[in-house]
Design a protein around this ligand. Structure first.
Ligand code: NAD
Length: 276
């Protein structure tokens, strides 16, 4: 006969609760990063947003996030292409909040071209931002997270961290590397209450995707609507873009106490793409 679960289980939370936690989300002035910043703020975390963009528009985003969710939200405009910029962001976050509990390495760029024509400066930029910046940011706070006995590193990889597509050599290499780095963080943090996971979105409708529709149209020699149907969503079995809310919800869950045993994983949010 089954016995009743203990009382604590009956009272355990079902939603992510991040009240009192401090988060840094790189590249959060638009797209997925902004969706994640909003989800963490909604769950109660104070957030340092970062990214490029028009100063007035970013300030309006910051103000709305803070007022809507009644948490502290600050903005740091560091360019993360350069390790010095990453150090500036992380130092600023620690100066403002005293510590960082949740680090979301999200800032990323894309370039689409055949290997023999791939611009060397685009390769270097994609590796610097999509991979190396995650290392520099994690390195800056990892020791303190371990000392505090709590930390969450959430790396926004991609379905392209698990499988490849043509014409995306640098991006695929960086995202596969990011998943490898995630596993190493997980192993080094496991005994200290620090988890690390990679979220691997399929196509999400954001400015990054909007831009690459044109690039893909040139690379494949086909019109934009055909790129959406036959290239972007060709591999995504549910035939729709994932949403930034879906990615944000998963990040908030991973950051919460409920995510404490999930570490070292690469979680697809891709409508079944990588089930192929
Ligand atoms: P986006 O272009 O909407 O947002 C990118 C963010 O990074 C912006 O806030 C931008 O200002 C910031 N950024 C760009 N260069 C920067 C720099 N040098 N320093 C600091 N910040 C910088 O893109 P997105 O689609 O939201 O992508 C976010 C992440 O999600 C990326 O890592 C991307 O690879 C990943 N991703 C996106 C998709 C998708 O379909 N959109 C799918 C899988 C993975």
């Amino acid at each position: 006969m089954n016995s009743l679960p203990p009382v604590d289980v009956l009272k355990s939370p079902v939603a992510a609760d991040l009240a009192g936690k401090i988060a840094v989300v790189t590249g959060s002035t638009s797209g997925i990063g902004l969706g994640i910043a909003a989800a963490l703020a909604k769950a109660g975390a104070s957030v340092m947003i970062n990214g490029l963009g028009d100063a007035g528009a970013v300030e309006e985003t910051r103000r709305q996030l803070a007022e809507t969710h009644r948490v502290e939200v600050f903005y740091d405009d560091s360019n993360l292409m350069d390790p010095v910029g990453v150090a500036d962001l992380m130092n600023n976050a620690v100066d403002v909040f005293g510590r960082v509990d949740i680090l979301v390495n999200n800032a990323g760029i894309q370039h689409v071209a055949p290997i023999e024509e791939f611009p060397v400066d685009r390769w270097d930029a994609i590796i610097a931002l999509n991979l190396s910046a995650a290392f520099h940011a994690t390195r800056a706070v990892f020791g303190a997270m371990k000392a505090n006995g709590y930390g969450r590193v959430i790396n926004i990889a991609s379905a392209h961290g698990l499988v490849a597509s043509p014409f995306k050599s640098a991006y695929v290499a960086a995202k596969h590397g990011l998943i490898g780095f995630t596993k190493t963080i997980a192993l080094e943090g496991a005994e200290f209450g620090v988890t690390a996971n990679a979220i691997c979105p399929g196509y999400v409708w954001t400015p990054l995707v909007e831009k690459q529709i044109d690039e893909q149209a040139i690379a494949h020699g086909i019109p934009r609507d055909q790129v959406v149907r036959d290239v972007l969503l060709a591999s995504q079995p549910n035939k729709r873009f994932a949403t930034v809310e879906e990615i944000g919800g998963l990040a908030a869950f991973l950051a919460s106490g409920l995510g404490a045993s999930i570490t070292g994983s690469a979680l697809p949010v891709d409508g079944g793409w990588t089930a192929h």
